[in-house]
Each structure stands twice: as C-alpha cells, then as structure tokens.
Write a protein that binds this ligand. Sequence first.
Ligand code: PEP
Ligand code: MG
Length: 754
Amino acid sequence: MKAPLANRAVEMLRLFKKIINNRSGMSVKLTRVVNMLAEQMKTDAAACYLVVDDNYLELFASCGFRAELNNNLSLRVGDGIIGGIAKSKCTTTVENIWQHPDFLYRAEVGEEKYKSFLGAPVIRWGRAVGVLCLYKKEAYEFCQKDIETLETLAMAFAEWAASDDMREYKNTFMEQRGQTIRNQYKGISLSRGFGVGPAVVHRRRQAVSKIFAEDKQAELERLAQAHAKMNHDLDEKFNASKLGIGEHTDILDAYRMFAKDKGWYNKIAGHVEGGLTAEAAVERAYEDMWNRLSGTQDVYLKERLHDLRDVADRLLGYLDGDTADVKTADLTEMVVVAQTMGPADLMDYDYHKIKALVLEDGTPTMHVAIVAKALGIPVVSKIKDIYKDIKNGELLAVDGDVGVVYIRPSEKILESFRSKIAERQRQAAELVALKKLPSRTLDKQHINMYINVGLDFDLDYIDKTNCDGIGLYRTEIPFMAAEKMPDVEHQIAHYKKLMDKAHGKKVVFRSLDVGSDKLLPYWAYSGEENPAIGWRSIRITLDRRAILRQQMRAFIRAAAGQELNVMFPMIANLAEFRDAKETLLLELEKEKRRLRDIPKKVNIGLMIEVPSVVFQLDAILKEADFISVGTNDLAQFVFACDRTNNRLAERYDVLSVPFLRVMRDISAKAAQAGVLCSVCGEMASNPIEAMVLLGLGYRNLSVSGASFGKVKRMVRSANTAHLADYIQTLLDFNQRTLRPQLMAYAHDHGIEIF
Ligand code: PEP
Ligand code: MG
C-alpha cells in the first residue's frame, strides 16, 4: 500500500492546482509555480527547465536568480548536474554544488550564492521532459521527505507539461527564443569584460575555391571592374584624408602605386586568359612574385612582397563583392570581428576604440588574445560562422565573461550591458585602491608581483599597478610591429625607453622568441609541418647568431650602469642554455674591452617551457641565476596539445594532476637550489590558477597588466600554508580537472578569485 502523502506535499499539490487552473498566462503560472516551490520547500531559489528538441533543457522560469535569466538559458541534456538529471532521470541532492564533479559553473546564472541543491526529473512516458530544481544558500542535506515531496510535484507537473496549453506556450516561447538564438552566438571567453559597438570586420584572405573559369571574357571583365573600383576607392580614400606628410604617406603612396601597377595587372589578366578564375589568377600572380622574391635578402623587396599580399587581398575582396569599408577613423568605438589575427594586426586599429574582439578561431594562449587582454579588451572566440554572418557596421554587444556575442541587441540587452559596464568601472576604481596595499597573503607571505610587457601601452601598467617590475619583456612584439628588422641602435633606444619607464624597478628581458604563432612580417618562413616544435625561438637565434649577438649588445648598452636581467626562451637542455649564456658573456667581454660602460650586475636565466629541461633542472639550476616558467608553452608540450588549435582549447586543464605535479617539482627544485623562480605564463594571470601557484610555493608572479588587480586581490585573501596543505591532498586525485574542487575551496575559504 502506498504511504499517505505528507501534509506538505498535499498542500503543495493544492496550491499547484490552484495556480495552473487560474486564468493568467503560462509564463505567469510558471513563475508562480517556482515561487510556490521555493516558499513551500523553504529554499532560497527554484528553477524549472523543460526539454526541447530532445537534446536541450531550456530555463522556463526561476526565482532567486537574475531576472534576465528566464528565456535566456539553455543546457545540453547530460551537461552539468541539471543536464545529468535529465539524462539519468534520477533525483539528485547535493550538499555543496561547488564540490560536485559535474558542477558546471556558469557565471551568467549567479549560482555563486548557492551551495545545496535538490533536482528532480519531470518524467512522462518514461522520458525526462524537464527538471525542477531547488537551491539553498547554506550547505544543507535535503532529507528523504524533501525528495519525495519534490518528486510528487514533478509527477503532477509532468501532466501539465503534456497539456495543449503548455505545448502551445512552448512553441511560442521557442519561436521567440529562436529569434534570440539567431541573434546570439555562443563561443568561449578569452578575455573578460563587456563591450558594445559597431562591427568592423577584419578582412583576411580566403582560400580560393574555384580555380577554372567557365567564361574567360566574363572573367576578364569582372577582373577589370574590380581592379578599377579598388583603385578608384583607394584614390578617393587617400586623397580625402588629411594624412600630412611623412613616412606613413610614403608607404600609402607606394601601396597605391602597387595597386595600379600595370605589370601586376597584366600578369593576372594573362592567367585569366590561360583559363583561371580571376581569384585564382590573383593568387597565381602573387605566388610567382613570392617565388621570385622570398629568397632575397633585400629588405626593401621583401617589404614590397608584403604590400603585394595586402593589395592582392584587397583585390580578392573586391572580386568577392565585399567592398563595404567601415571608416574606422570616424568611429569612436568598434568591435573587431576576425577569422583569426595576429597581435600586429590588432594594432592596425586604434586600440582605445576597440570595445571587444570577436574571433572565429582563437585560444587563450594565442598572442592576439594575450595582447587584447593586456589592453583590457574583452575577447570571445570559437564562434563558428560569425565572420561571414556579420556585416560591417552592425551593432554588436560582446559578453566576454561568458563568451556570448549579441548581434543587433535589443534595448533590454543594451541596458543590461550598460549597467554591467558601469559595474566594471566601479570595480576598476576599487582596484586602484589596492595599489597602495602590500601584496601580502593572510599568512604574511610577500608575493613579488611583476607585469608582462610586449607593446608600449603595457608600460602604462607600471604606474597604474605599482608592480615590482617587469617580469617578462616580450622583445619580439616590437620586432613584429616594425616594418623591418630593428638594428642595434633602434633596439637600444627601445630598451632604454622601457628601462626609463620602469624607474629603476627590475626588468627581465627575454631574447627574441619568434616562430610558431609569432611571425615577423619581413621574414620568409619555410612552412614547417609542426611550427610549434619547429625552428623557432632560441633555435633560430642560436642558428642566426648575429641576431642574438646584436640583441645582447643592445641589452648590455641599454642597461649600462644598471642591473640587467636576460632570459632565454624555449631552452631544451643545458647545452643550449650554456651556448646562449656564452653569447651574452662574450658580448659583455667585448664591451669591457671597448671600455664602454657595462651593467653593474648581470643575471642570466631561462624560461622553463620545454619539458626536457625539467629533467635536467638540478644541473641547470647550478648555472642559472633565475628561472621563469612559461606555462603557455610548457602546458602545450606537457599535454602534447597545440596551444593555437581551438578544437583542443578546453581539452586539458593546467589545474590537473599531471601539470600541477610538474609545477610542484620545478618550484621545489628551485627552492632547494636557492634559485629565484617565477611564473610568467598566463597561469599567473588567472586568479584561481595563481592561487594554486601560491600553494605550490611560487612567490614571484608576472601577470598581464589588466589582470594585476584581480590577482593581487586573490593574493591578499589567500593563506599559502593552508593552500599548500590542501593542494598536496589533491595531487593524488585522478579526475580530468581539479578546477571544481579548487573553485569550491576558494569559495569556502573566502579567497577572491573573480
Ligand atoms: C609562455 O610560453 O608561457 C610564455 C610566457 O611565452 P609566450 O606566451 O610568449 O610564448
Ligand atoms: Mg613561450
């Protein structure tokens, strides 16, 4: 015999019937149901998800969460705790969601307020058609009675869910939602923050898909028209702009002459005569030129090749009919949309005006993302098709916190963005207040906090943050932004400016680290199969020793009379480190012989980025003055996972046992040898990851300027001794990631990681 229903369940069923029999609209009824649930079950929040398209759970009503959440949240069946309930059709209770291995943190939900959870599936004919959820702020163990009561209501709810009214409402809801979905793209966040502005589509060369022309004559006409229009527009643009006189106008004139060059045009036309489409002919003409010029050492000719690529891209754009050109100079703000781009491409735009960056491809350790983050620009990537769907000038709202882009956002969305942006500004002001406070943990450990610098604007952070110095100066970035390889004098001027701006604080120069995803526009690369593990970084500069020698000379001269810190990237063994170190010492000797002023002290170190050096660390530490862990590359090699491959972006986590054990070993060995050890990879710039570094013994962090405040706030709220104990226990766990446990730990111990 079935047990009689408890009083509370009877009362809830009565209230439920009353609500659904009322004349109000379905949305009001649903909201009343969740409110009643929370009230009767004495919880702080409640939510109702319904299954749509068999695969997704849509949030139809909630209370205790942000109002704008309703109608705007979906989950895949199987994902997270709630998706898991729909999949398993089992009621689930969780005392602390932050410790649950399936907990899926979604910043937009505002779940950080809640700890305990009870969720019951709504089942109809053996299929889950929804999930009812309850949340409490404190840790709480829902009892068997709670479970039975919610399950009883879920049964009644299932009947209602199958009613015609509900079916109709679901259809209307989804139609409206469909509208929202089409205007809303979900990607991954590479840099947090919010930005609104008109789209500026960063044009990039598309692979030519049609090679052979069907109608030669028509193709020639198409080419002639596109070419004429492009030149007309270029003339108009350059004549109309008040550019003044200088190197930049020379460059633009050269560019214009290139575009008009008869020889180039005739070559393309000749290829069309030979049967190619206009697009394929443009590419072929470029390839011919590239084959002839790429081997040359003549910097001028190489530069022309670069111009030619640009003009060819522009002509391809005109052939494609994509000539809409946003005059960015007239814009006061913009959202740049690109398929993918390099850091130097980003600098084509006035970065003050860039409110957000949207990339179709991109991973967190990609350089453009690092640069954008340093500028405080929100970045969302991995959004399929956005590049071709968006037109110049369309209004975009980018939520870099959750990785969502809204196209033509409604006034309601814009309003919520405005208030979020205002809130961020308030937080930024709060961070200014942190500037004067010591970067000390609760257990009185001082943490040296440096910033990473690449482009000039990073230097502003020296004063803004009151940091301990520059822990990583990426010298290749000015090399990449330059038109040609800077000579020693140019380099000295640049490094001196940097040292001046540092006002005597420590500066760590890294030798040129090019190759892989950091290419110099004026250098031909041989198209390697595996550039990340190819001829790059120190491998190039040891082979092209003159470049390394010149750079060392520039460092020594720029730091005359001061302390010089130099580190070498991508060192794979002691022999390479010795070789590079020797080059620096030889240059130092030469300077002494020339009776020039030399630095008062020289510290020579290396980056720990290649796993092989971890296995030779004891020997290396005897010869290095300091080491700095480049977690971006180290993680890519430890996991054998290309840092620029967006299909792998979320596959491996640095907060996992294998990587943390490597990090622990490095820090322990350095401490034992008494050698200064820091972290300058992105791991140090992310508060939760930096928190773990403190627990692993790291006391020197070099972070991106924009992340400095957040990391410092975390440092000031952490206790390194407690962290060390806790992380030690985690290192025996075998989950794919330890992130949920660590988030829960931070949450429970009041460590500020957001
Ligand atoms: C790293 O690899 O972690 C690093 C700091 O170097 P980069 O990102 O410039 O390769
Ligand atoms: Mg690196």
